[in-house]
Design a binder for this molecule. Structure first.
Ligand SMILES: NC(=O)c1ccc[n+]([C@@H]2O[C@H](COP(=O)([O-])OP(=O)(O)OC[C@H]3O[C@@H](n4cnc5c(N)ncnc54)[C@H](O)[C@@H]3O)[C@@H](O)[C@H]2O)c1
Length: 367
């Protein structure tokens, strides 16, 4: 087996630790973790409440309630979808925590995708100035990205994730069995964020995903465990270096400035976040080639890999490039018609580039 950091990660146990100065927490990855009451034992006799969405609750809530030893009264259920990341839902959750008399030693257990994780994390961060919470991610996107790193948020009508807090969970338990029920589009959207780590920092991981596309799409357990483990290891390392995104953490936004514009132009309905990021990553790679930073062949290779994973790679024809550029200006400050973007110098070599001319961005958006 080649001796790269990624190949070494294939042979280690599926557990890692996020280290942030004097704070640390475990991430465990495996099938059937939630059914094993071991993970809940760390809470001892502490008061625990569950926050989940109705779809996930129907599919996986019973196992978690049993492990936590709680009944329906200790569960706060939100509607599925992005609309739950609102101030109204957060306010209902705070009132509910008050009714439940959850005190400073209480623990919020977030069971669900990124929406539930972001909302529950934000509610925990703000309840009594911050109580502990655990992430039980049930989408691939949440396992490889949103459950790790401590970004929590709700949306405002003015924009996504505008109100939030950095608040790290005390543990992340990624049970691969929950992915059995995940719809294929949601699954592929998570693969886009997985491939992102290969694209920004890890060429061997990128190559492995290219070679393992069939196994990943078939949700082969060994392949999935390796992919989630490598992604979490990268996210943990980047967050450990730069928790508050003053430097390297920005690399995680590769493809996201384009992606957010596409997601917003579709009214957050037409395309999933990961699908928009897939298109955005390819646009970032094409822009890099156009600016002479990287070879065209790297962009085309990224495009083929994304397509192989069942992801869209073209800007929907219904979208106007000028409108997308205007949305990108809102997402990133544009000074004098120039923008700061995360681009790359080829597979595995992300870089923040300042002063990218809007005319070049527009040319790429126009294809
Ligand atoms: N905090 C971060 O660092 C970070 C990073 C990336 C994304 N995010 C946020 O994550 C959110 C998107 O997360 P998501 O893609 O997981 O979406 P999501 O939480 O809305 O889940 C997608 C859908 O799948 C359903 N679902 C979840 N798990 C399931 C399962 N196992 N089986 C069947 N259905 C299941 C949900 O009910 C929902 O309808 C966005 O709000 C985004 O802003 C946060």
């Amino acid at each position: 087996m080649p001796n790269s950091p990624f190949h070494r990660s294939l042979s280690v146990p599926r557990e890692l630790v996020v280290e942030l100065g004097n704070r640390r927490y475990p991430i465990r990855i495996g099938r059937g973790l939630l059914a094993d009451p071991g993970w809940a034992a760390m809470l001892g006799t502490r008061r625990r409440v569950l926050l989940t969405d109705a779809t996930v609750d129907r599919l996986h809530g019973g196992v978690v309630r049993a492990a936590l030893g709680i009944d329906d009264a200790a569960a706060f259920i939100v509607g599925p979808g992005e609309s739950a990341k609102s101030i109204e839902t957060a306010s209902q959750a705070w009132s509910w925590l008050a009714e439940q008399r959850v005190g400073r030693d209480g623990v919020v257990v977030a069971l669900g995708g990124g929406v539930v994780g972001d909302l529950a994390g934000f509610v925990a961060a703000t309840w009594m100035r911050g109580i502990d919470f655990i992430q039980l991610p049930t989408t691939l996107l949440a396992m490889v990205d949103s459950s790790v790193g401590g970004k929590t948020a709700i949306n405002l009508p003015a924009g996504k994730n505008l109100v939030g807090a950095f608040h790290q969970p005390i543990a992340v338990e990624a049970d691969l069995a929950t992915l059995d029920t995940l719809p294929s589009r949601e699954f592929a959207a998570g693969l886009a964020e997985t491939l992102k780590y290969g694209a920004i920092v890890d060429p061997p991981f990128f190559e492995w995903i290219e070679a393992s596309t069939g196994e990943l799409l078939a949700r082969d357990e060994t392949a999935l465990a390796a992919a989630v483990h490598a992604s979490c290891a990268h996210k943990a390392a980047i967050v450990a270096r730069d928790e508050r995104e003053t430097g390297d953490r920005a690399w995680l936004n590769f493809g996201h400035t384009f992606g957010h514009a596409i997601e917003a132009a579709g009214g957050f309905r037409d395309l999933l976040h990961g699908e928009s990021v897939a298109i955005g990553m390819l646009l970032a790679a094409r822009l890099s080639a156009r600016l002479g930073l990287a070879a065209d062949a790297d962009a085309e290779r990224l495009g083929r890999t994304l397509e192989g994973l069942g992801l869209p790679t073209a800007v929907p024809t219904s979208m106007d490039p000028d409108d997308l550029l205007a949305r990108m200006r809102l997402d990133k400050k544009s000074l004098g018609g120039r923008m700061r973007l995360v681009l790359w110098r080829g597979i595995g070599r992300a870089e923040v580039i300042d002063g990218v001319a809007e005319a070049e961005i527009l040319a790429v958006l126009r294809g």
